[in-house]
Design a protein around this ligand. Structure first.
Ligand code: INI
Length: 157
């Protein structure tokens, strides 16, 4: 038996946590996520803007605890500079979001780019390497449906 989540977003309530830092990239990720949700039948998501990736875990935790949303989609871009700052911001965001997801049982999609250059970020925000915001939203839909199936009776729909 194989159990997996389908990509039907009908009735799905998502919330997007969107970082304003590097907004020329993150706004493209938002476009991708909205495209994916809309094309798979999900309702228009609530969008919560935060200053930067560092602030994402506490906001994602608050939203997940409210139990108003089926999934939290986090979109941001951390781009490496000349100092170790990148490692602290990206590392905290990644481990914080993983923790929130496991602790609350609410799927958190990790649409946070962590790149060595602006070019790599552009490539992943709608250019050569697709749009990671789109991918994160698709993952959110799949995970909501997978967890519903597992919490139901374990049988695929
Ligand atoms: N925040 C990001 O989302 N991306 C970055 O690339 C970034 N850099 O490079 O500094 C960044 N920093 C801000 C950080 O997320 C916090 O908003 C700030 O430190 C205030 O708490």
């Amino acid at each position: 038996m194989v159990i997996e989540g389908n990509l039907d977003g009908k009735g799905l309530k998502a919330v997007i946590v969107l970082s304003r830092f590097n907004s020329f990239i993150t706004e493209r990720l938002l476009e991708g996520a909205l495209d994916a949700l809309g094309r798979h039948g999900a309702a228009s998501p609530v969008i919560v803007r935060v200053p930067g990736a560092w602030e994402m875990p506490i906001v994602a935790a608050e939203l997940a605890r409210q139990k108003k949303y089926d999934a939290v989609i986090c979109l941001g871009a951390v781009i490496r500079g000349d100092t170790p700052h990148f490692d602290y911001v990206a590392g905290n965001a990644a481990s914080g979001l993983a923790h929130v997801s496991v602790e609350t049982g609410v799927p958190i999609a990790f649409g946070l780019l962590t790149t060595n250059s602006v070019e790599q970020a552009i490539d992943r925000a709608g250019a050569k390497s697709g749009n990671k915001g789109f991918d994160a939203a698709m993952t959110a839909i799949e995970m909501v449906n997978l967890l519903r199936t597992l919490r139901d009776d374990g049988k695929p729909a």
